[in-house]
Design a protein around this ligand. Sequence first.
Ligand SMILES: NC(=O)c1ccc[n+]([C@@H]2O[C@H](COP(=O)([O-])OP(=O)(O)OC[C@H]3O[C@@H](n4cnc5c(N)ncnc54)[C@H](OP(=O)(O)O)[C@@H]3O)[C@@H](O)[C@H]2O)c1
Length: 235
Amino acid sequence: MRTILISGANRGIGLNIAYRELKEGNRISAGVRDIESIKGSIIDPNKWPKERIIINKYDALDKSSAEKWISNTVNKFGSFDSVINCSGILSKVPFLFEDGDEKEILNTLNINFLAIWNLCRLSWENLCKSKRGRIIVLVSMSGKRSKGDLAAYSASKFALMGLCQTMKNKGWNENIRITAICPSWVNTKMAENISSIEKNNMTQPEDIADICSTILKLPTQSVPFEIALNCNYEV
Ligand SMILES: NC(=O)c1ccc[n+]([C@@H]2O[C@H](COP(=O)([O-])OP(=O)(O)OC[C@H]3O[C@@H](n4cnc5c(N)ncnc54)[C@H](OP(=O)(O)O)[C@@H]3O)[C@@H](O)[C@H]2O)c1
């Protein structure tokens, strides 16, 4: 059994991963901005045994909420061995940004990059102690190549990919394994305004939950570092 912190677990990819891991018998510590948003959902704690799930308030822009989330998790479960980072935002700020766009650029970097760094940093001691730590990070194909003009988003995801590589180095001898999942479009709210591809031709969030489930089951020597997922053809 694994004990897993999941950020952004109230909707989209995070919600699907949390549901899948609960169904597989793992313990979930969900981090969400709005605890009310979980009520009635597929991971509503009223639908699951009390010893299997806790919901914590987590705002990527509030460092203290990450600290409280981790201490609540250790108080409830004793320890944890996995962290899955799903919180993130899409920014459309282009390369030729307007004066004043700096605020959104920094906000994007703070949520998509710095907050994940901080959460993984604060989790490190518990992951080391487990001797089978796993960190899964929802990066993006935008963290591997820049196809259009989503300059702020892409920069935040390239930075995140760099962080994943450093965490891989740092965690290797501690048996911590990192996986950067890099999808193109996934059928969630984040992609709701994309018209270039039909929703059912996008990667589905359930597919990413399947991938995470496999990663968490693989032995340390077989965990992939990167999974690039194209739903449409790219040269
Ligand atoms: N969908 C795609 O096409 C796609 C492709 C590649 C990579 N990704 C990445 O996959 C991850 C999950 O995206 P998704 O598709 O599931 O998007 P989504 O449905 O828009 O969900 C985003 C999640 O991030 C949370 N979040 C946003 N700002 C936050 C903050 N300040 N503090 C804490 N949580 C915050 C949201 O919480 P609230 O409900 O409170 O806003 C929500 O749970 C993101 O990192 C995204 O960049 C997505």
